[in-house]
Design a protein around this ligand. Sequence first.
Ligand SMILES: *Cc1c(COP(=O)(O)O)cnc(C)c1O
Length: 221
Amino acid sequence: MSETKQKYLEFQKHIHADVILVAVSKTKPEADILELYEEGHRVFGENKVQDLAKKAGNLPKDIEWHMIGHLQTNKVKFIAPFVSLIHGVDSLKLLKTINKEAEKNNRIINCLIQVHIASEETKFGLDEDELKVFFEGVLKEGLNNIKITGLMGMSTFTDNFQQVREEFRKLKLIFEELKKDNSEFRDLSMGMSNDYSIAIEEGATMIRIGSLIFGARNYTN
Ligand SMILES: *Cc1c(COP(=O)(O)O)cnc(C)c1O
């Protein structure tokens, strides 16, 4: 059995069945994806539109593709025909574009709103004040071809696990608060290879795992 398959099976043993595992295959070859596919895995994440579209075109049609990276409005059209969840929505402009492209494809596209929980300036996402304005905007727009199914966040890159825990805890609180007014809320996407166990303890329903399954990448994204 290949190393990737072994790591995947080992990993699956450690997480609860009700946590959705997004296997992050960015920079990895299609053959690696097929190995997990053979084991019955169907949910894969990529962070670049071009790679996502290419892999989706070449691989089995029952794969659920998640866009986990930052998405530019002018590239939405390339993934709108097939993408099943967009994790990183962080502006009304982007959401409106997704809605428009989804409509062209006669689809409803599920989206997660990215929340800025890390202390680094560089990470994308909305802070709490911006979230409020954002959701007010969404209400006014009446977008029929998108569904906001939850939130996504990334913790600070640090070995201070208490800080990571507090960031995830905060995101979970925001999630519960927004859920009161958003009946479609179900996904809380938080946790990667280095912090997924903390994320699950703090209420993640979806984790995004790359290197722990597929091995280290040659370059970081
Ligand atoms: C690359 C990436 C991941 C997976 O990272 P690993 O540390 O390899 O598990 C998760 N989420 C996002 C947004 C990513 O870009």
